[in-house]
Ligand binder design. Structure first.
Ligand code: PPS
Length: 276
């Protein structure tokens, strides 16, 4: 094997080893972000997207991965194999994520990809690099009800060994309500994108609507992307992106992240997929 062979995402995480850990939160313009993101925020803010790039924005645990998978399948005409070319964070980079080397940052991955790119962010709207709005990039926002969102985040914070320690449930509820978790206040997040949706042509979706009628919401996304796919392809995409199928898909269920970082003995990334 040649020495400069590129590491897989999983191998890079393994190699980062003890440099990984629960990162403290540092406020950026009043929003608590993990220290490695906060330390590199100038570079993140300066990211200049292409007009063809698509932004998928959410508060953490609101249905990001589900939407990333739907969009990738729509852009690949429902070709399941094409969408198994790499795990979600490689196919659809996480704009602001920044980890110890040799793990590639979101910007490293984006800079190696040709547009159009499917870009994930959890940044509240006021922290999104202005290039997205200047270039009039399409943006899909997904909101999830506060209760399920918070429960999902609580389990995630236990299993994801890079997030701050969640502590006991009662305290966690108060931290959530006070906007003290990573990426700040759920209330401000969902409201910020809601208020900007018309001016910035944001497709604003709800996790609960996706659960209630996934086909209707897949068709909404398809139209927003100016695509027209045959009925049978839409049906296939709905099927491929069901909770059950995504949970079994190693390229969509985050089992690509080593157990030292995503500890599946505590909770799976694809946990329950419930809605109230
Ligand atoms: S992250 O880490 O912020 O990107 O997480 P995110 O993908 O936004 O949210 C994870 C939750 O979404 C659920 N999920 C799904 N629900 C229904 N259908 C599908 N296909 C699907 N894919 C992911 C996932 O299970 C997490 O929710 P909980 O309630 O914890 O199960």
């Amino acid at each position: 094997m040649s020495e400069d062979k590129e590491l897989s995402y999983a191998d890079a995480i393994e190699e980062a080893g003890s440099a990984m850990g629960r990162f403290p939160l540092i406020p950026v313009k009043g929003i608590p972000l993990m220290s490695h993101i906060a330390d590199n925020f100038d570079a993140i803010s300066a990211f200049c997207p292409d007009a063809s790039d698509l932004l998928i924005a959410t508060y953490p645990k609101a249905g990001t991965t589900w939407t990333q998978e739907i969009v990738d399948l729509l852009l690949h005409n429902g070709d399941a194999e094409a969408c198994r070319r790499a795990p979600t964070p490689v196919r659809s980079p996480f704009l602001e994520i920044w980890s110890p080397p040799p793990i590639p940052s979101g910007l490293d991955l984006l800079n190696k990809m040709a547009p159009p790119r499917i870009i994930k962010t959890h940044l509240p709207i006021q922290l999104v690099p202005t290039g997205f709005w200047e270039k009039k990039c399409k943006t899909i926002y997904i909101a999830r009800n506060a209760k399920d969102n918070m429960v999902s985040y609580y389990y995630f914070d236990h299993m994801n060994k890079t997030q701050p320690e969640p502590g006991p449930w009662e305290g966690y509820i108060h931290k959530f309500m006070r906007g003290e978790l990573s990426w700040g206040s759920w209330y401000d997040h969902v409201k910020g994108y809601w208020e900007a949706r018309e001016k910035k042509n944001i497709l604003y979706l709800f996790y609960e609507d996706m659960k209630e009628n996934p086909r209707r919401e897949v068709e909404r996304i398809m139209k927003y992307l100016d695509l027209t796919l045959p009925d049978d392809v839409i049906s296939r995409i709905v099927e491929l992106t069901s909770f059950k199928n995504m949970k079994e898909n190693p390229m969509a269920n985050y089992t690509c992240i080593p157990k030292t970082v995503f500890d599946s003995s505590i909770s799976n990334f694809m946990r329950k997929g419930y809605s109230i």
